[in-house]
Design a protein around this ligand. Structure first.
Ligand code: 5AD
Ligand code: SF4
Length: 557
């Protein structure tokens, strides 16, 4: 126990993630390994003390050393990338670390970063001797690459786990019992809560722990739950070549940075994906070159904040020049200095293959220097398309969101971009119903949408996330059931779970004849559908009803 304490302290000194998750990781690793505990336990009764001491010292000498506990983040990447040189931890053999042709089924939820993470995780497992299957029924290992950005995304995973439970129970008596793992943001956010709530989950791996997957699966093989949710300051998986899932693919994602330092007040990402760090330019260029040689026609440079890219991996990149933000923009962190910036990377990437299109997502409006705009304008193969998340059109809400700009600064940037890149396509993300947002704020967002005339918009209902600043400091006081499309509309869901929008007007109350009422949250109302879009139905309301009466109405139709 004493030794374990020392290791924990050493890790804290190294400036790793939260102590709680470190100790939890190590405790699980130790518990899963009986020979480790015999090394530090008192020897059986009746043994000669001298012999005991000798045995103890010799076993200690061959037992786990300090570096064994650091290996998940400190083993040189070239060692980990090949199964035949893997140095197993003392409680596992090389054989146990190998996949032994177990079949892995990977399922991806959420953003494009997760698509890329899936390829990274698979690349690591493939090198460890696992096989991939796209048939759930024949899988030995099911891994869900998860998203935590909104409550709904997590609910989808809980529902999926319930479905998988039956599959797992069926396989309990088989020679190779089914193992289920949660990877990515949800593993990082909820940690042991997942293992406690769903006993059928065998492994958890946070976004910075994919290199550890072979070890976690080997521990799970012995019937233990295993987890690694350490966040890293420097993991970029630079040396892990993602494996393209579709051999006929014409486009690919290339991860250029991970994590986010922006700390927008609503966002869970800085807590699940950790601090911002950029992948070295040289390794990005190497990957893009390979993709070009494979004949791919399009790469999208990926990251939470691509234009905050800053490669500090070599001393000569580190000048004392600090970054100046565009006029009207500020950052929630201390000014950063030096490093190779996004414009340099974009320049280099676009020179690799003039017939290969380059896109990037997502940028933050605060980091748009003229050099980047100039490059997009000049180079034929850089797509004239910018995704520029605004989140709100109200300066008051933007301040509460801690976005670091006002509506005016954002609009000025849009004009500047349009002038610098004629014909540019613009898209954006918006959040509706943020803490304290009024109808007036919302109308400002609608007016921004009209003013900018985006080519595409991604609109999200605000979802409160624990740990965020909004969770701690602001009140989630906007009722989402009120349709945001119009102050006079209401929104509900039909039996088929489709969104139905209808005017908020008085109607007959069929449950209490003669009465005229307005619909309240929780009421069942009968709506005659008059039009439909790809996402929603629209109609006018006929009467307030009950479930039983409404089915009678429907069968009459
Ligand atoms: N609730 C709703 N939407 C959110 N986003 C991020 N956090 C939240 C949240 N808590 C949206 C933002 C971001 C996109 C990826 O997801 O619009 O740009
Ligand atoms: Fe979240 Fe803001 Fe970072 Fe985007 S920039 S990932 S919204 S914290």
């Amino acid at each position: 126990m004493h030794r374990l304490q020392c290791i924990l302290q050493a890790q804290r000194c190294l400036g790793w993630g939260p102590l709680a998750s470190v100790s939890w990781l190590l405790l699980r690793a130790c518990r899963a390994h009986s020979s480790f505990s015999t090394t530090i336990c008192p020897s059986p009764e009746g043994q000669q003390e001298d012999g005991v001491r000798k045995d103890f010292s010799s076993r200690l000498a061959t037992g786990p050393a300090f570096q064994h506990f650091l290996r998940s983040t400190s083993v040189p990447p070239e060692k980990l990338s090949s199964p035949d040189v893997v140095d197993p931890p003392p409680y596992l053999t090389v054989d146990e670390l190998l996949g032994r042709h177990r079949k892995v089924y990977l399922e991806t939820y959420g953003c494009q970063m997760n698509v890329n993470d899936t390829e990274i995780a698979w690349s690591i497992l493939q090198k460890s001797g696992y096989l991939r299957t796209d048939n759930l029924q024949e899988a030995d290992v099911i891994l869900l690459v998860t998203c935590s950005i909104r409550e709904k995304a997590e609910q989808t995973i809980w529902n999926r786990l319930h479905q998988l439970k039956a599959l797992k129970t069926k396989r309990l008596s088989s020679r190779v019992p089914l193992k289920v793992g949660i990877l990515g943001c949800m593993a990082e956010r909820l940690k042991e809560e997942i293992l406690n709530r769903e006993k059928m989950v065998d492994i958890l791996a946070g976004p910075d722990a994919y290199r550890d997957l072979p070890r976690l699966l080997a521990v799970a093989e012995s019937g233990q739950q295993a987890a690694n949710v350490l966040l890293s300051l420097d993991e970029t998986y630079a040396d892990v070549m993602p494996v393209q899932t579709s051999p006929s693919a014409t486009s690919a994602f290339v991860s250029i940075m991970r994590g986010c330092d922006n700390m927008c007040s609503y966002c869970i990402v800085p807590f699940t994906r950790g601090r911002e760090r950029s992948r070295p330019v040289a390794s990005i260029l190497e990957e893009v070159r390979k993709l070009s040689e494979q004949g791919l026609k399009e790469v999208t440079l990926l990251g939470q904040n691509v234009n905050s890219f800053r490669d500090n991996s070599e001393v000569q990149f580190n000048s004392a020049v600090s970054t100046s933000l565009s006029r009207g923009f500020s950052a929630n962190y201390k000014t950063k200095q030096g490093g190779l910036r996004f414009s340099h990377l974009l320049d280099q990437v676009s020179r690799i293959d003039p017939e290969m299109r380059i896109r990037f997502t997502s940028p933050h409006p605060k980091d748009f220097p003229d050099e980047v705009l100039q490059l997009i304008h000049e180079r034929d193969n850089i797509c004239k398309q910018i995704h520029l998340p605004a989140q709100s059109g109200s300066s008051r809400v933007l301040e509460a969101m801690r976005r670091g700009y006002s509506r005016e600064a954002y609009v000025e940037l849009i004009h500047h971009i349009r002038k610098s890149i004629p014909g540019v396509s613009l898209s954006s993300d918006f959040i509706a119903g943020f803490c304290g947002e009024t109808e007036e704020d919302h109308l400002q967002t609608v007016s921004l949408l009209r003013e900018v005339q985006y080519n595409m918009g991604f609109l999200f209902a605000y979802s409160m996330r624990q740990k965020t600043r909004a969770y701690h400091r602001l009140k989630d006081d906007v009722l989402e059931e009120l349709s945001k499309r119009s102050a006079t509309d209401l929104c509900g869901r039909n039996d088929g779970n489709l969104k139905v929008i209808f005017p908020d007007v008085e109607m007959e109350d069929a449950t209490d004849s003669g009465l005229r009422v307005r619909a309240q949250p929780g009421d069942y109302v009968l709506v005659k559908i008059t039009s439909a879009s790809s996402q929603t139905l629209r109609g006018h309301v006929l009467c307030r009803t009950t479930l039983r009466d409404s089915s009678a109405h429907c069968s009459l139709d």
